[in-house]
Design a protein around this ligand. Structure first.
Ligand SMILES: Nc1nc2c(ncn2[C@@H]2O[C@H](COP(=O)(O)OP(=O)(O)OP(=O)(O)O)[C@@H](O)[C@H]2O)c(=O)[nH]1
Ligand SMILES: [Mg+2]
Length: 441
């Protein structure tokens, strides 16, 4: 278990969640749930929430986000609860952040900054670490903020929040730019190595099934159940950062590679999407995408929209992409009405699969659906292989369904049922093109 789970919590945070009163209630989402999520984000980096404050904003004050009266309320709460840091569950402009810090004489972090901190604490791989640091530096470039020793200590002086005072930060801008350019170069190198690794994996001839979804939806829990693994799964936002791939066998005997990856969140900082594009892009090439949804969330539909938006940014069109299936998770714990709705919906739509990753309910159906989708996307092809190429023949026997073989003088004509992923892999590995392709009815 990562060490941050055991670190003693010593720092406290006041969470301020702004409610924009001129936004129609329907579009606002559930404020209690948004507040819960904000606290979850703070707890994800070991901050102890000492007080939650929901404030209304009628009109955005450009210099401070909040109007004067609201700022006084927040200030009063700061004096009463004496938090080490104030988290504003919204994006602050650098000016707003600076002004609020001045007025409150307190450290302030906005939603983006906090998410970047969490990612910084979670990054494990070389590529992940560089991606996060890049995103943090891009964010920091425009910001002059107070030192925040907590994270600096925890992360061995790497925190982007900690560090020099204002005037020095000005000087450091040049250094930051230099660091960014170095990191970019390093990232290219690391990615080249990974590309090589990916090419090697592509030769592993299994279709890839990718798990995506809002953070905390249960992706890792499901991944562990399906693959008998022990990936870190926890009631913790952004428990997973780096992608994990594992091979598994479906009931039919078909083998696939399942991938678990970083979760999404509303207002995922653009810096992070950019930085993680290469990682997230892997989803784009998956043979099948399972969108895991948390049925216990009140903001269930809003979260789906967030996922749709982020996928769109990645170039995946949710509504028209037939690789996407909705796996509705935690049906052991959702409300009765929600449960009924889901079961009803699933009856009429094969692309909706209710499951519980914890109790195992619905998992069998899910596996069948994966199997059936992958086989639907198979077609019958015939290849002519020289009799001498026993390797190619063996490969087809292992990875496709061999329907018929016909030995000729010096070629072996073989008819197989094969999915697109395997077809591509086969044709990448061996120098044969199919004859008489015919689509399966
Ligand atoms: N009741 C219930 N809880 C579940 C289920 N699946 C997952 N959970 C819980 O939900 C929490 C989050 O699970 P994870 O598997 O870490 O979620 P994740 O989607 O991987 O989250 P990130 O990696 O943070 O994006 C954990 O506390 C799980 O025990 C389920 O089917 N039912
Ligand atoms: Mg996870």
């Amino acid at each position: 278990m990562p060490e941050y789970i055991h670190t003693k919590i010593t720092e406290t945070a006041l969470i301020v969640h702004p409610v924009f009163t001129n936004v129609p209630t329907l579009e606002r989402g559930d404020n209690d749930q948004a507040m819960e999520e904000a606290c979850g984000l703070a707890e994800a980096i070991e901050l102890n929430v000492c007080h939650r404050l929901q404030v209304n904003i009628n009109r955005i004050n450009p210099g401070h986000l909040f109007g004067k009266g609201t700022r006084e309320n927040i200030h009063a709460a700061i004096k009463q609860y004496k938090p080490n840091i104030v988290m504003i569950n919204h994006t602050l402009s650098p000016v707003q952040q600076r002004n609020l810090e001045k007025q409150f004489d307190s450290k302030i972090i906005d939603r983006t900054g906090l998410i970047l901190e969490i990612f910084g604490a979670r990054a494990q791989t070389k590529e992940g670490t560089i991606q996060v640091e890049l995103a943090q530096l891009e964010y920091q470039k425009s910001r002059l903020v107070k030192a925040w020793s907590h994270l600096e200590r925890q992360r061995g002086g790497q925190s982007f929040i900690g560090g020099p005072g204002e005037s020095q930060l000005e000087i450091d801008k040049r250094l930051i730019a230099g660091r960014i350019s170095n990191l970019k170069k390093e990232l290219i190198k690391v990615r080249q190595t990974r590309e090589l690794g990916r090419k090697a994996r592509e030769r592993v001839p299994f279709p890839v099934v990718a798990l995506v979804g809002y953070t905390n939806a249960g992706k890792s829990t499901l991944f562990n159940r399906l693959t008998n693994s022990n990936v870190f799964a926890q009631d913790l936002l952004f428990a997973t950062l780096d992608p994990t791939l594992r091979r598994m066998e479906l009931p039919s005997g078909r083998e696939i590679i399942l991938s678990d990856t970083v979760g999404f969140i509303s207002d995922l900082p653009t810096h992070l999407i950019e930085a993680f594009r290469a990682t997230l892009d892997q989803t784009k090439h998956a043979d099948m995408i399972l969108h895991l949804r948390d049925s216990t969330q009140t903001d269930y539909d809003a979260h789906k929209q967030d996922v749709i938006n982020i996928m769109h940014d990645l170039g995946i069109e949710y509504e028209s992409d037939e690789r996407i299936f909705e796996v509705i998770n935690k049906i052991d714990a959702c409300s009765e009405t929600r449960h009924e709705d889901i079961m009803h919906g699933a009856k009429f739509n094969d692309n909706i699969i209710p499951v519980s990753a914890v109790t195992g309910e619905g998992i069998e159906g899910l596996l069948e659906e994966i199997d059936s989708f992958l086989s639907r996307h198979s077609k019958s092809l015939s290849y002519e292989l020289p009799l001498s190429d026993g390797k190619a023949l063996a490969w087809l026997y292992q990875h496709a369904e061999v329907i018929q073989t016909q030995d000729g003088e010096d070629v072996n004509r073989i008819l197989v049922h094969i999915d697109t992923a395997n077809q591509n892999r086969f044709e990448g590995l061996f120098p044969y093109a199919p004859h008489e392709p015919r689509q399966d009815s």
